[in-house]
Design a protein around this ligand. Structure first.
Ligand SMILES: Nc1ncnc2c1ncn2[C@@H]1O[C@H](COP(=O)(O)OP(=O)(O)OP(=O)(O)O)[C@@H](O)[C@H]1O
Ligand SMILES: [Mg+2]
Length: 219
């Protein structure tokens, strides 16, 4: 699905933030991404979501080498990837329902179909009661569930979740984790970044560990 070979990343010429990372995310897999603050987790997520180019090595996504593609080809590949970020990126002037509907609206789907899909997902993430509220009036957990609904509404093949439980208490973290697990059981690949070793220990998924930009895998 996505393969990185000897990938490096930098923001400035002097510092290499990712160092020769080899990584293969398989279709339908579930992976944790662990590592301390500044280890490079979000940077790796940016490379995988094709929002930041690698400074060395090769990135292949869905069978194509990214450096061989033109700018115009990228959106169709990015569409297969759903992103959940730690600070939610919800639009404050839109209701929860409108936020979740936005990707479908942009894609030009019919209003009646959008309404139905959005309602179904809002119920699934258990936030339908707050559908007509605006993000600033929601709790962190409610915002996170709205962001998850928005990330999955176009049925991506891969979900990249960057510390989706970072601001949640343990009970809610587990609830959010179960949502990702359910998505995975329906066939979506998931890369779940967290520094919560306790959460990781509750599940039997492979762990990709980043330290100072070097990635190792423990199963
Ligand atoms: N936009 C940027 N410009 C310059 N340096 C950056 C930028 N983003 C991140 N870095 C640097 O890259 C390194 C890795 O950062 P990154 O955000 O990938 O870490 P992280 O593992 O996600 O950390 P955290 O757990 O705190 O979110 C850090 O040293 C950071 O300072
Ligand atoms: Mg980060």
């Amino acid at each position: 699905m996505i393969r990185l070979t000897h990938v490096s990343a930098r923001y400035t010429p002097e510092t290499e933030v990712l160092k020769s990372v080899d990584l293969h995310l398989e279709a339908g897999g579930f992976y944790f991404l662990s590592g301390g603050s500044g280890a490079g987790k979000s940077t790796l997520m940016r490379i995988l979501s094709l929002t930041k180019p690698a400074s060395g090595g090769t990135v292949e996504a869905f069978g194509q080498r990214i450096d061989s593609l033109s700018h115009a080809d990228l959106p169709s590949i990015r569409r297969k990837i759903g992103l959940v970020v730690q600070d939610y990126h919800l639009l404050d002037h839109l209701t929860v329902r409108e936020n979740v509907a936005l990707p479908l609206k942009i894609a030009g789907e019919k209003t009646s179909e959008i309404r139905e899909k959005v309602q179904e997902l809002l119920e699934w993430v258990d936030i339908a009661d707050h559908a007509d509220m605006y993000p600033p009036t929601l709790s962190g957990g409610q915002k996170q569930r709205a962001a998850i609904a928005r990330a999955v509404i176009r049925s991506p093949e891969l979900i990249l979740a960057d510390e989706p439980t970072g601001n949640l208490d343990p009970a809610l973290s587990l609830k959010v984790m179960y949502l990702f697990q359910a998505l995975n059981k329906m066939g979506t690949a998931v890369l779940f970044a967290t520094h919560d070793e306790n959460l990781i220990s509750l599940f039997d998924y492979p762990v990709l560990h980043l330290k100072d930009g070097v990635l190792t895998r423990r199963s």
